[in-house]
Design a protein around this ligand. Structure first.
Ligand code: EAX
Length: 344
């Protein structure tokens, strides 16, 4: 309405009329022009990672956030929960199953208590190198794993990476498997990882991430992780010896809550799926590009590094793992044999 001073102010009545008449007319017009209005309400998605900024998982998460927000014009906003702010990796996975968290970038290890099929990708000395890992995980065999996760409430999106795992300890240099005997090694919450280190002669201790204090206090003698972990978590301060065992290629499995996934339109599913794939590819390259500099840094910080241990002695000790109870379930056993054949 026009006031006495000639200024225009809208009354509640006019605003109401605007909503009732103008908006439907505008909507009809847009549809006629082939531009359907957005019906989707803005959504904040929660994404959980256990590690801290600068970590492999967080690099995936941040790239994903950037891509999704940009590509959806901020219809989706991504909130990243990191540094164990919503629990360890097992706890994050439980929250994803319930859809209190929608997405996670989670290390392969803890998945195997949810779905034993995930064990297959953590099999020791499985992949020759990262090119082979990419070929298998991005191909039909990787897809089989991602799809099987639906049986336990996850939509498997893709694989990013932690990387090849190496042993560190604070007792003595490890040059061959014989030197591992009796070392107290922290392992992930994964029956397979425990079995690997038992077979190698260690005293494996499952423990959730992070583990700096336990290493510092000597509760455990050592641990195994990719190079970035030794740098980002400053393990060079508390671990004297590193052996480049590369015994397990450790992917992250990037998952969504199946409950949430089913609420998304096919178009949004495609957007989320593609953004996570692109983030994973970006992060895998980033991780690999930095490994040379990391090794140099760890040496400079005074770690004693065995770059060419007697890997045959390690392989020999874990050779029979595929016949263990852990791989007895038919679908798991079948997939393991297929991947072993494909990576020969
Ligand atoms: O990235 O628990 C572990 O050892 C994992 O590798 C952890 O996510 C560090």
């Amino acid at each position: 309405m026009i006031c006495a001073n000639g200024q225009y102010i809208s009354t509640q009545f006019e605003e109401e009329m605007m909503k009732r008449c103008f908006l439907p007319v505008l909507t009809a017009l847009l549809i006629l022009l082939g531009m359907p209005p957005r019906v989707q309400a803005e959504q904040t998605i929660k994404l959980g990672v256990v590690t801290k900024p600068g970590s492999a998982q967080n690099i995936v998460a941040e790239k994903f956030k950037e891509l999704v927000e940009q590509r959806s014009n901020k219809d989706f906003t991504v909130k990243i929960y990191h540094s164990k702010s919503i629990g360890n990796e097992t706890e994050i996975l439980q929250q994803i199953q319930m859809n209190t968290i929608q997405l996670g970038v989670i290390t392969g290890g803890p998945f195997d208590t949810f779905d034993p099929i995930a064990r297959v990708i953590n099999y020791p000395f499985l992949f020759k190198d990262s090119t082979q890992a990419d070929a298998i995980l991005d191909g039909p065999l990787g897809q089989e794993i991602l799809e099987d996760l639906a049986t336990v409430g996850f939509k498997g999106l893709c694989f990013s990476e932690n990387g090849f795992r190496n042993l560190t300890n604070n007792k003595h240099a490890v040059l061959s498997a014989a030197d591992i005997s009796g070392l107290k090694i922290r392992v992930m919450a994964s029956p397979l990882h425990k079995a690997i280190w038992s077979a190698l002669g260690a005293n494996p201790t499952p423990m959730p991430w992070p583990i700096y204090t336990e290493l510092e206090q000597g509760v455990i003698d050592g641990q195994e992780n990719p190079l970035w972990v030794m740098e980002v978590y400053k393990f060079y301060e508390i671990q004297k010896y590193m052996t480049m065992t590369r015994h397990v290629y450790s992917p992250h499995i990037d998952v969504a809550s199946m409950i949430w996934w089913k609420t998304l339109s096919p178009k949004d599913q495609k957007l989320i799926q593609q953004a996570m794939k692109d983030a994973a590819i970006y992060q895998r390259k980033d991780n690999r590009d930095k490994d040379g500099a990391r090794l140099a840094l760890l040496k400079e910080k005074g770690m004693i590094i065995e770059e060419h241990p007697d890997l045959a002695s390690f392989r020999e000790k874990v050779a029979d793992l595929k016949d263990m109870e852990l791989f007895k379930e038919p679908k798991v056993h079948a997939l393991l044999l297929k991947i072993l054949a494909a990576t020969k």
